[in-house]
Design a protein around this ligand. Structure first.
Ligand code: PLP
Length: 455
């Protein structure tokens, strides 16, 4: 028999009781959010009309190491955490690799992804502040679904602006959100000033996350008792997602295994930022010698082809400026099938770590991703989300490299969600109608030329 079990189960009592703030370990801190008018760092009181107070405090805090997880959030976590940590024996066998492959699976809740980890925290703080409801955007729909669940749990209203292409292609996620009582509007819509403006300029646009964010923010700041919440990119979201990394660290400790390579898909950077949090801390402190790899789609390559600069977080330019690897806020990626990886920018935390050479990034074409997804589904049983499958693809590539060199490396990757709602994408893959769109340098130059000038 194998010396290591297929799954490492932590007990309920081993769910982390505090989130870990990776910024506290960073030597070069992530650049602050800037006021889009004055270009000065945003102060808490300037953020207060948009975000919940406790979340602002978390967003601006680069020093506190641990934030206790509130009791109400912890009891919600107990319904679906600890999440499984799995040794991919069957994948190793199929690849005939000496590498040891492990994954942390975050798809075992109804929303189907890791997004619930932050949604429930954000809904809790909104409720604590006595708010009536929250607004948000959603791309592929996982964040909207997670937030709807969280809002329904705490009795908050939830208004979701859903990128139009997803609204049309993914009616099932939309209906899950409505099961949980959310109000879902396709974006861009005629119900906001910014939506009307974008539709006038780009009639027939399939929408983008940047544009949906602008609409959600506009509604939040103009509706009493509402604030805006975001499912990725922000420091606070990476903080909440650190539960993934802390549990993975505990599981690896139980096994006595030290990771050599940690791999995660990167949309806005929240699952990866959460997964790597304790490992990156150890790497920064020289206690762990481990490669950390972000995987992004070739169609939306923020790290590998973007510029590290201040940019708008949204198309309507109403949000603060964030310094990040970006393709430009006016970049609207061709509709790809990993909707959760279509954001033009990247978390400031991960951007700084990447710029400091502490992380690597690779961009992969979508048909290769689906090939990897299918192999994984066939041998490991779990149907992976297209986003997660970016990480699978690179984990497989790394395991195959080990086969050449004969090295038994320990590879850990984040399996962020399930693919049950992505079967239209799988259908395209099977029918051979999926393409590997790659923006040209000229395409990128157009949106990058519109980066704000900051001195
Ligand atoms: C949203 C999402 C992602 C990408 O978002 P990050 O903030 O980069 O983690 C990845 N996988 C799934 C399943 C998602 O829903």
């Amino acid at each position: 028999m194998n010396e290591i079990p297929y799954k490492v189960y932590l007990s309920e009592n081993e769910i982390p009781t505090a989130w870990y703030n990776l910024r506290s370990a960073m030597v070069n801190k992530p650049a602050p959010l800037l006021n889009p008018g004055t270009h000065q760092p945003m102060k808490a009181e300037e953020l207060a009309p948009v975000f919940c107070d406790d979340l602002i405090a978390q967003e601006l805090d680069n020093d506190t190491e641990y934030f206790p997880i509130p009791e109400e959030v912890l009891s919600f976590y107990k319904m679906y955490r600890p999440s499984p940590f799995v040794r991919a024996y069957f994948l190793e066998k199929a690849l005939d690799t000496p590498a040891h492959i492990y994954y942390k699976f975050e798809g075992n809740n109804t929303s189907g992804s890791h997004k619930l980890n932050s949604a429930i925290a954000q809904a809790y703080y909104a409720k604590k502040q006595g708010l009536k409801g929250v607004t948000t955007e959603t791309g592929a729909g996982q964040w909207g679904t997670a937030l709807s669940m969280a809002c329904s749990y705490f009795g908050l209203d939830c208004k979701v602006y859903m990128v139009k292409v997803s609204y049309e292609q993914k009616p099932f996620r939309r209906e899950v959100m409505r099961v949980y009582g959310a109000d879902v509007t396709p974006s861009p819509s005629m119900s906001t000033n910014i939506g009307r403006k974008i539709l006038e300029e780009f009639p027939g646009t399939t929408g983008s996350l940047g544009c949906a964010i602008s609409e959600a923010v506009e509604v939040a700041v103009s509706t009493p008792g509402y604030r805006y919440v975001l499912g990725s990119v922000l420091n606070q979201v990476l903080l909440h997602q650190s539960v993934i990394g802390l549990e993975a660290e505990a599981a690896l400790k139980k096994l006595g295994v030290t990771p050599d390579i940690i791999i995660g898909c990167a949309g806005g950077g929240s699952n990866l930022g959460g997964l790597i949090a304790p490992f990156m801390r150890d790497k920064i402190r020289g206690k762990l010698d481990c490669r950390i790899v972000a995987v992004e789609p070739m169609s939306c390559p923020s790290f590998t082809r973007g510029t590290y600069a201040y940019d708008f977080c949204d198309t309507g330019m109403v949000c603060p400026l964030a310094k990040m690897y970006t393709l430009g806020s006016s970049f609207i990626p061709a509709p790809n099938h990993a909707g959760g990886l279509r954001y033009h920018g990247m978390s400031s935390v991960l951007s700084q770590l990447y710029d400091d050479g502490l992380m690597e990034a690779v961009a992969v074409p979508q048909t290769e991703v689906f090939k990897a997804a299918e192999l994984f589904a066939r041998v490991e049983g779990t149907l992976p989300a297209p986003e997660s499958s970016h990480a699978i693809k690179v984990a497989i590539d790394e395991a195959l490299k080990c086969k050449e060199t004969g090295e038994a490396k320990n590879i850990v990757f984040g399996l962020t969600g399930t693919g049950y709602f992505d079967l239209v994408a799988y259908e395209k893959f099977h029918n051979g109608t999926m393409d590997d769109y790659r923006p040209t340098d000229e395409d990128l130059a157009v949106s990058l030329a519109k980066l704000p000038k900051i001195d």
